[in-house]
Design a protein around this ligand. Structure first.
Ligand SMILES: [Zn+2]
Length: 330
């Protein structure tokens, strides 16, 4: 299996490669790990490998890989509902759909992001198909907090926990992606990265950090007009700037997520620590994950050439909803 773009976690890769080569890939795979660690990236690689038509899958070049990258492959189905628990009706519909043969490929892959957002009723409904799945179906469950899943779901799935990268791996990535840094700069990056490489790869523009901080502060303030002002400021920017601001925002929220879950990982945003602290007082770690989910969706829309004003408008609605929900509980 070709894991290009996914670093470290060698044991997990060996396990997946060997299961794939032996044609005994698990019908249910549970991937856990903290926000930003690469759960979604890995699930995308696995799904692509399962539908790829070539050797050394995913080849990245065949029609199936191209469709998978564009997120238009009919046999890769993503279920993600960050706003509210995944409704039991949706899980029941998924169970029926999973019984139908794939459209293009030999396999059909369901990726359930935020699996912990399923109610116990929904998880019970899913359990039935995890016990006796059709031979062509693979379920990949992505989960931030394992304790929210029913033990029966966990026991019926092969389980992979993604770990932060070692300093040696980080140094290798930094040398490859950010050539020309001094040893001091390299060490500083390794120190502040918390072993999470996705946040190092791009150079940060301070203006983009300011944009992201404004949006984060508007989420903390929670008023719809403030969120509208902060996000709509992006409408006149180009796609590249929008993506960079969204990347920066994910890092800030990831830090808030770390703070509100009491984890001991290092904070990695270049923004002032107080921004992440304020977010962590306002939002639970689940709500932080919901915000990250919405920002990731916006990034995907950006990659699919959806118009910037449309993406910004959609984010305003989602953010206003999440902020109102957090305020009503407070
Ligand atoms: Zn391919």
């Amino acid at each position: 299996m070709n894991f290009e773009g996914f670093y470290g976690n060698e044991r997990a890769k060996e396990y997946l490669s060997s299961a794939f080569a032996r044609h005994s890939f698990p019908h249910a795979l549970l991937i856990t790990g903290e926000a930003g660690i690469g759960k979604r990236t890995l699930s995308d690689i696995i799904a692509k490998a399962l539908v790829c038509e070539c050797e050394n899958a995913p080849c990245g070049k065949c029609e199936a890989c191209r469709k998978a990258s564009a997120r238009t492959h009919p046999d890769i189905i993503r279920i993600s509902n960050a706003d509210k628990p995944i409704p039991v009706d949706e899980v029941r519909a998924l169970k029926l759909d999973a019984l139908l043969r794939p459209n293009d490929a030999d396999k059909k892959v369901y990726i359930i992001d935020h699996a912990e957002a399923m109610s116990h009723l929904s998880q019970d409904a899913l359990l039935k198909i995890l016990e006796e799945p059709p031979h062509f179906t693979t379920f990949i469950l992505l989960c931030y907090n394992l304790s929210d899943l029913l033990p029966t779901i966990v026991s019926r799935s092969a389980h992979i926990t993604l770990a932060p990268l070692s300093d040696t791996d980080m140094l290798r990535i930094i040398t490859e992606k950010l050539p020309g840094l001094s040893p001091e700069e390299q060490n500083k990056l390794i120190e502040t990265s918390g072993g999470i490489c996705s946040f190092l790869i791009k150079e940060k523009n301070p203006e983009h950090t300011d944009f992201a901080v404004n949006i984060a502060n508007s989420l903390v303030a929670g008023d719809e007009l403030g969120i509208y002002r902060a996000v709509s400021a992006l409408e006149k920017e180009n796609r590249e700037t929008l993506t960079s601001v969204l990347d920066e925002l994910i890092v800030i929220i990831r830090d808030a997520c770390v703070l509100s879950s009491g984890a001991s990982s290092t904070l990695i945003s270049r923004a002032d620590r107080s921004v992440a602290e304020r977010l962590s007082y306002t939002f639970s770690s689940k709500q932080c994950c919901d915000i990250i989910e919405q920002v990731s969706n916006a990034k995907n829309a950006c990659a699919r050439n959806v118009g910037v004003p449309h993406i910004a408008g959609n984010l305003i609605c989602k953010f206003a909803y999440i902020a109102a929900k957090a305020a009503s509980k407070g």
